[in-house]
Structure formats: structure tokens, C-alpha cells
Design a protein. Structure first.
Length: 153
């Protein structure tokens, strides 16, 4: 099943009928996605995979922030390191640039940046570098079974 199809199936299973947009330009970076959507970069929910010890950790951060690895490591009680591209694909099922908050092979512990709460609409990758979907901060927490956290600067 293609990445976008997995995301749609996961969202539909949670009762969500998403507004998925396929964009001509890549949304590989938050800046690219914001430009393509005509929104603030802070409204982009970037999906970043880390390893906390040996466990995968998905961090949904505002595109306006960089993840503070020491802060997040302290929150989860383990040293943090960025996942390699192979680890990202293995744990999320997606390539970097298209990592969605849902549709993974297995549930992932997820932190959701509190800075996203300042935006009525947030945009997340939909399983492909040219696809995004609209959601809200509250729905992102629910969809991911995530924990609200201050993750960046």
C-alpha cells in the first residue's frame, strides 16, 4: 500500500475525513510546505524520528522550531539521537520528507510540540513529499495518542 493510502486508511479508521492536498512542489521541508500552502512555517507539523535509547520516538514539532535534543531526552528519560534514513523508513514506513503522524507499521511514542497549539490549522505530511493534510493541534494529539510537550526553542 502506498504511503498516502496508509495515511488515509489510518485517518479514516479514526473517523477523520482529511483535507489532503497534493502539491506540485515538494513539501520535504517545513519552509517548502509553508510556501506551497501559503501559511506560516510555524503551522507546519514536522514529523521527526529520533531514537531514545533503542526506542523510536516521533516528535511532531512546529516548522518554526528546532528540536532541542537535550530537552526532549530529559523529557523521555533517555539520550536522544536522530534516526538514520533507514531507521526512519523501518519505524515509520515512510521516507524522510513524507513522514506522517499516522499510518506507521506499529504505534510510535509521540511528542507533539505545544507551539502548534497557536495555529487554528496545522499541516502534516500525508505519507509522500508532495502530500499534506490539514488538522488541528488537538486532533493531532488525539490521532497520534501523543503527549503535549515543549520540544524546541
Amino acid at each position: 500500500m502506498r504511503g498516502t493510502d496508509r495515511v488515509l486508511a489510518a485517518l479514516h479508521a479514526k473517523g477523520v475525513q482529511p483535507d489532503v492536498r497534493r502539491l506540485e512542489d515538494s513539501t520535504r521541508t517545513a519552509k517548502d510546505a509553508a510556501a506551497a500552502l501559503g501559511c506560516e512555517v510555524g503551522a507546519i507539523a514536522s514529523s521527526l524520528l529520533f531514537l531514545a535509547g533503542d526506542e523510536p520516538l516521533l516528535v511532531m514539532t512546529s516548522g518554526a522550531h528546532r528540536v532541542d535534543e537535550q530537552r526532549v531526552g530529559g523529557l523521555v528519560g533517555a539520550p536522544l539521537r536522530r534516526a538514520t534514513p533507514d531507521e526512519v523508513r523501518r519505524h515509520t514506513g515512510f521516507a524522510i520528507g513524507g513522514v506522517a503522524p499516522v499510518g506507521h507499521p506499529a504505534p510510535l511514542r509521540t511528542l507533539v510540540d505545544e507551539a502548534l497549539a497557536g495555529h487554528e490549522v496545522v499541516w502534516a505530511a500525508a505519507g509522500h513529499p508532495h502530500a499534506v493534510f490539514a488538522t488541528s493541534y488537538a486532533d493531532l494529539l488525539t490521532l497520534t495518542d501523543g503527549t503535549a510537550a515543549v520540544v524546541g526553542d
